[in-house]
Ligand binder design. Sequence first.
Ligand SMILES: C[S@@+](CC[C@H](N)C(=O)[O-])C[C@H]1O[C@@H](n2cnc3c(N)ncnc32)[C@H](O)[C@@H]1O
Length: 372
Amino acid sequence: MVLRAPIRGLSAISGSADAHGRRRRLGIRKADCSVVRMAAYDVSSGGRQMFAYEEGELERPKWAGQTPLSRFVGAVISFKPLYSLLKLGARQVLISTAEKKNIPWREMTKEILESDVYKELESVQNSSIVYPDYYLNPFHAYDEGNLSWLAAAEAEAATMSMVRRAIPNASSLDEANEVMRGNWLQAIERHHLQYSETSVIRDILDVGCSIGVSTRYLAGKFPTAQVTGMDLSPYFLAVAQYKEKSCPRRNPICWIHANGEDTGLPSKSFDIVSLAAVLHECPERAIVGLMSEAFRLLRPGGTIALTDQAPKSKILQELSPALFTLLKSTEPFLDEYYLTDLEGRLKEAGFVNIQTSLTDPRHMTVTATVPQ
Ligand SMILES: C[S@@+](CC[C@H](N)C(=O)[O-])C[C@H]1O[C@@H](n2cnc3c(N)ncnc32)[C@H](O)[C@@H]1O
């Protein structure tokens, strides 16, 4: 159920409509505009509103999909000499904005590249894996996409930077994580409690776990569950495994190098399958494959949770031309992602109780259930 409410005096809304006291802590600023339209999402049982973030007027940003603007940006990006410049520009912007926000990008990268991380590769790599074609594209300004040590070493700083961008008014990275990851985890928990008959969470799969940040959040939120992180990049998994060694836990996380579309894991073996920030990196064909594999892997009553860029996000719809051009130059499947009807695809895969909420100003979380 989506509620709309005009709210006076707020431009960036974070936190719940019934918890105004939290606003200062969550970094909400007073606006100069008098009235803004915002969406409040009722994601709870009993009608309590938990997240309230501002929606734009459109279905999706004008720079995404098949609009003339989107095509124009696509043509600019596909011009090779310009693409190389954009790629370089995108990297510089990423690194400098991160460092301005006190994320020591270059030091963090150096620390990983000079560590013993390389020793982890052999134990985590599945040498018989067949990579899907889309995965072999240049990505995020890396010519080898996610299949490189540099991409793996920079992933944590890049993730931190993404979180800071998502919650621009947070006063620290911890606070931004508390909002972004906290709301996402809460949406998963609430959905599962509401729709799963047993509500017990024994096994969780984090598909597209990258270097394990989302996986560690899941393990922290559900400490009694066995959590598995899965990714197509053995370099990312090597970093995930290396980092995990410094914080042993009661239920160690298991890392698997596999394609989330065809995992080889037994059917009905998970209560929650999460895909955090994965789908915008995939063509629609892969999105459908990931959903149908998640459906197979989940037990009846199990929950799929997709969190990713929200086409309806006001901030994303109002991104400046410079920023959306840079963004698109490093994300080859963004247009396809924005055109994919995720809820419709979930329904086609067999999921029920499909719920969407903006869990931060830029991202939505879509949750759904495998019928009992
Ligand atoms: C942006 S990262 C995810 C970040 C992480 N989940 C988080 O929230 O911090 C997207 C990841 O999806 C992975 N990926 C893309 N397609 C995949 C697939 N078919 N199977 C498994 N992983 C995939 C990529 O290798 C990459 O590590």
